[in-house]
Design a protein around this ligand. Structure first.
Ligand code: ZN
Length: 302
């Protein structure tokens, strides 16, 4: 069904009854008034004592069917309308707002009846939640023949917004101590820090030499050759940007330092300790490049 056809079918429900001759499950009563006032912290003395009136905002409460619903007064039109919206993909629902108008005071002992009408069904609207249709129902509440109030209730039946693509991979934390490493990655170079005092290599990047304590350093560009020193297979917990299970590897570079990365092109259950790997740079999105490894031996690539 096209959108115009659907809207026309939905609009046909405007003015149809959602409930006819509904009756309150209980008469207006002091215990429900007391619970309501306690829940809302409303200490207005008008709602207690022998001359108590019901809080006007309880209007809808007197019409509610509770968990088991109403056995009388229900009309099929509203259920049909919701089913039609479900079929069109608008399977989610959210209550958006209600408006009430109070015309007479309700007091304990009043027996209410109500009628509901489907007042309006909107054209297709796009909201942050998704695209759908607003359905407004008006309920007229009566005691005897006297209209005591009206209650308008609006819902949005909508098709939930689908995630268009996987969320981006988390960004690396770039700071003063490791900025040089990430600048190298942007240039597709894997730079290892080297102490200018004792020539010890270090990875990941640190502010000082672990061997001699020297603060000065330069860099050595890695050849890109390495072997899998160890690995773990991640099954849990899931992260939105990743698709478990996947292998996280500790690669020992030919220069002797080790780094954590991924092996691309090899299934997680084919990664092995000692597997020769070669560096490559992979673009994950517009501004994220990461150093990864690929099995060096052709036969290891499945
Ligand atoms: Zn050193």
């Amino acid at each position: 069904m096209d959108e115009d056809g659907l809207t026309a079918r939905l609009k046909a429900y405007e003015g149809r009854s959602a409930a006819v001759g509904g009756t309150g499950k209980d008469p207006v009563n002091a215990p429900m008034i007391r619970h309501w006032c306690e829940a809302l912290g409303d200490t207005n003395p008008a709602y207690t004592g022998p001359d108590a009136i019901a809080p006007p905002t309880m209007l809808q409460a007197w019409t509610m069917g509770g968990l088991t619903g109403h056995t009388t007064g229900r009309s099929q039109a509203y259920d049909e309308l919701l089913a039609l919206l479900d079929e069109s993909g608008c399977t989610s629902v959210v209550a958006t707002d209600c408006e009430q108008e109070y015309l007479a005071t309700l007091r304990p002992g009043d027996e209410i009846t109500f009628d509901s009408v489907i007042e309006s069904v909107s054209a297709r609207k796009t909201t942050k939640l998704g695209t759908g249709h607003f359905v407004t129902t008006r309920t007229d509440v009566r005691v005897g023949r006297t209209l005591v109030g009206t209650h308008r209730f609006r819902i949005l039946k909508y098709a939930p917004e689908r995630r268009k693509k996987a969320p981006p991979r988390p960004r690396p934390v770039v700071n003063r101590d490791n900025a040089g490493f990430w600048e190298g990655v942007q240039q597709r170079r894997l730079l290892i820090q080297r102490c200018t005092a004792c020539a010890a290599l270090r990875f990941p990047w640190l502010p000082g030499c672990a061997r001699c304590g020297g603060p000065d350093w330069d860099t050595l560009e890695a050849s890109g050759e390495g072997t899998v020193y160890s690995y773990v297979v991640m099954h849990h917990p899931p992260f939105p940007a990743f698709d478990p299970p996947y292998a996280v590897v500790l690669v020992e570079l030919a220069e002797g330092v080790r780094m954590i990365s991924n092996v691309v092109g090899t299934p997680y259950d084919k990664v092995r300790i000692g597997m020769p790997v070669r560096l490559e740079f992979r673009s994950y999105d517009d501004d994220l490049v990461l150093p990864v490894f690929r099995a060096a031996a052709e036969e290891a690539v499945v």
